[in-house]
Design a protein around this ligand. Structure first.
Ligand code: NAP
Length: 353
């Protein structure tokens, strides 16, 4: 495994994003020089929080323009870096017509483009890729067949496709591409961070991340009539960001790391939030699966197959590698949710009540 030279810059792709904002902040606090890539560095709303994060730190922030779909566009930002953290990838699960163009091409071709740039730049020794538990499993029902009834880093999602769970498909195909390209050379090693649903305060109100939609749907009253029994692994955004930094700094880090602190259903999340935000129209009941199957295709644009394979299952994730090998410490779920909710109220993404 490679030791990272802290005097060299580190490149973070997709720096404008929800998770990447915290990664950049922690790297700057470590005193590192960060080459942060964004699609448009002149767009103040994408980068203002990064400049704010840099204030008062010993680190140096440098912005670069790069697009996942433009081969070679990351090379300049990666030049001189020992270490590249590749987070950029669309995290949307609805609102698109063509899953291939919206998700799969940017995720897979984008990863290949970033790694081609790593191949082209001699200084690169390590790549940390933001993958997902979506790369470990496709649908919740797969927990029934998981060895020991728990999802581990040994498992791979073999069930998603362009038409069923396309976001998950984009993640597993991108991670597979990354391992394939890693094996074809010997200069840089690869570590993947595989988070479950990321929650917790965002440094920016601008992100399109589905994490924010999940919270907005709970707090806005949209789901006040009830929610399906959908369970998620959940992890705080600050733990996920910290894990990316630790994966780079710890020369013994290797392979895949599931990042997941807790599991909770939508209703359990709502109950935790209600304790601290009693005035909000949070859901109070769970809808029966047959009803969800009946209404969800029209009400939420979700397929019956998705409901069949994901509603009603209790999940378990093995996070022991992240704790033992990276030293991640998971904070209480109630704090993560409450701090996220408070930030969204503060930033005007949820009404003040
Ligand atoms: P996010 O805030 O939407 O960040 C996604 C980033 O990808 C944005 O910075 C976006 O840049 C960039 N991006 C999208 N298309 C691009 C393109 N064509 N070229 C260059 N950049 C592009 O979402 P996030 O939640 O932080 O997600 C970051 C990473 O974590 C993704 O790889 C996601 O799959 C992974 N992940 C997220 C979760 C979660 O629950 N949030 C869980 C597991 C894994 P713009 O600002 O220019 O749009």
């Amino acid at each position: 495994m490679h030791k990272i030279d802290l005097n060299k810059p580190v490149c973070v792709t997709g720096a404008s994003g929800y998770i990447a904002g915290w990664i950049v902040k922690y790297l700057l606090e470590e005193g590192l020089t960060v080459h942060a890539t964004v699609r448009d560095s002149k767009k103040a709303s994408s980068v203002a929080h990064l400049w704010k994060a840099a204030q008062g730190t010993k680190g140096t922030l440098k912005l670069f323009d790069a697009d996942l779909l433009k081969p070679g566009s990351f090379t300049q930002a990666i030049e001189g870096c020992d270490w590249v953290i590749h987070t950029a990838s669309p995290f949307v699960i609805k609102g698109f017509k063509d899953a291939h163009e919206a998700l799969i091409r940017p995720a897979v071709e984008g990863t290949a483009n970033v790694l081609e740039s790593c191949n082209a730049v001699e200084s690169v020794k390590r790549v940390v890729l933001t993958s997902s538990v979506a790369s470990v499993y496709g649908d919740a029902v797969e927990i029934l067949k998981a060895p020991g009834g728990v999802f581990t880093e040994q498992l791979w999602n073999n069930t998603s496709s362009e038409s069923h769970q396309p976001y998950s498909y984009s993640k597993v195909m991108a991670e597979r591409k990354a391992w394939e390209m890693c094996k074809r050379q010997s200069r840089w090693d690869l570590v993947t961070i595989n988070p479950s649903l990321v929650m917790g305060p965002s440094l920016t109100a601008q992100t399109q991340s589905t994490s924010i939609d999940v919270m907005r749907d709970l707090g806005s009253g949209r789901q006040r009539t009830g929610v399906p029994m959908l369970e998620f692994g959940i992890v705080d955004v600050r733990e996920v960001a910290r894990a990316h930094v630790l994966a780079g700094l710890n020369e013994n880090s290797e392979g895949r790391y599931i990042l997941s602190g807790h599991t909770a259903s939508l209703l359990q999340m709502a109950s935790l939030l209600r304790e601290r935000f009693p005035k909000y129209p949070l859901p109070t009941m769970q809808l029966p699966k047959f009803l969800v199957k009946l209404v969800a295709p029209i009400a939420a644009g979700v397929s019956r197959e998705f409901i069949q394979r994901n509603v009603g299952y209790t999940l378990r994730f093995d996070n022991s590698r992240s704790v033992k090998n990276l030293g991640v410490q998971y904070r209480p779920l109630a704090d993560t949710l409450a701090e996220h909710f408070a930030q969204m109220i503060e930033d005007g993404l949820l009404k003040k009540r």
